[in-house]
Write a protein that binds this ligand. Sequence first.
Ligand code: UDP
Ligand code: MG
Length: 309
Amino acid sequence: MRILSIVVPCYNEEENVRDFYNEVMKNEPFFKEKELEPEFIYVDDGSKDNTASEVKKLIQDDPRIHLVSFSRNFGKEAGLYAGLEKASGDYVVTMDVDMQDPPALLPEMYKYIEEGYDSVATRRVSRKGEPPIRSFFARKFYKLINRMSKTEIVDGARDYRFMTRQFVDAVLSMKEYNRFTKGIFSWVGYETKWIEFENVERIKGETKWSFWKLFLYAIDGIVAFTTAPLAFASFMGVLFCILAFVLIIVTIVRKALFGDPTSGWPSLVCIISLISGVQLFCLGIIGQYISKTYMEVKQRPIYIIKEEI
Ligand code: UDP
Ligand code: MG
């Protein structure tokens, strides 16, 4: 028997905890056939509803279920990390509890693991059911980050992944505080097989991600996986130095040829405001990196556990 750990981060998901378990256990014949012993690791990310007590009820029926409760909401990335740390399986799958990651794909994913892949990842090929403006910015984000970063971040990639032990250990060896799991999965390398599926809408409850939260998450991703914006800041600096140099020459020559140089007041105002804008923007970019560095240097734990069963 080999253990298959199923890691599920949950935040205010009381309605989904049991349905998720039932849905995954529909694969029981497959688990039996392949001699896989499922182990569930529910990570309760500081839920304010009855998520933890729902999981405890499940544990009474099935001792292969584990619960890790955080002392507060640490975010999905922390939940995933904790789940991977607690997972004892030869194989580990990370999934959302809201059934947007169809458990029916598990047999297909395992097939590729048997073929020798180290991880099987999923991406949704459509974004139906999502607000169009969100899809638009999501697409732009993937275009931008892939142009800047050497680590490939696949558009539509989910955190639904089937991994071998060696892959999981590699992911766990990355102990950074600012976690952008999509990037980490890609960064560790190994052979990954991609499976595509149509977007599934959430059945119960609602999404925990507001537009603003997603925007900040996008910045986290960029700062964590590329330093290109810093290079851009230097580039702008050089560009404006050259521009300034040209303007100095022009001004001197004009003074020498035509005399009175004071007529250029409006253009001066434009130049000063433009350059101060660019300077502040570049300072902001540097600030982003410094703030992330600051958080890393503190070496705070990624999560804190309140209860573990
Ligand atoms: N989640 C979490 N902590 C959070 C936010 C979300 O553990 O702070 C979990 C959530 O319970 C779900 C998964 O992460 O299992 C994905 O969240 P959600 O469905 O809200 O995101 P979406 O699918 O809308 O991107
Ligand atoms: Mg969801």
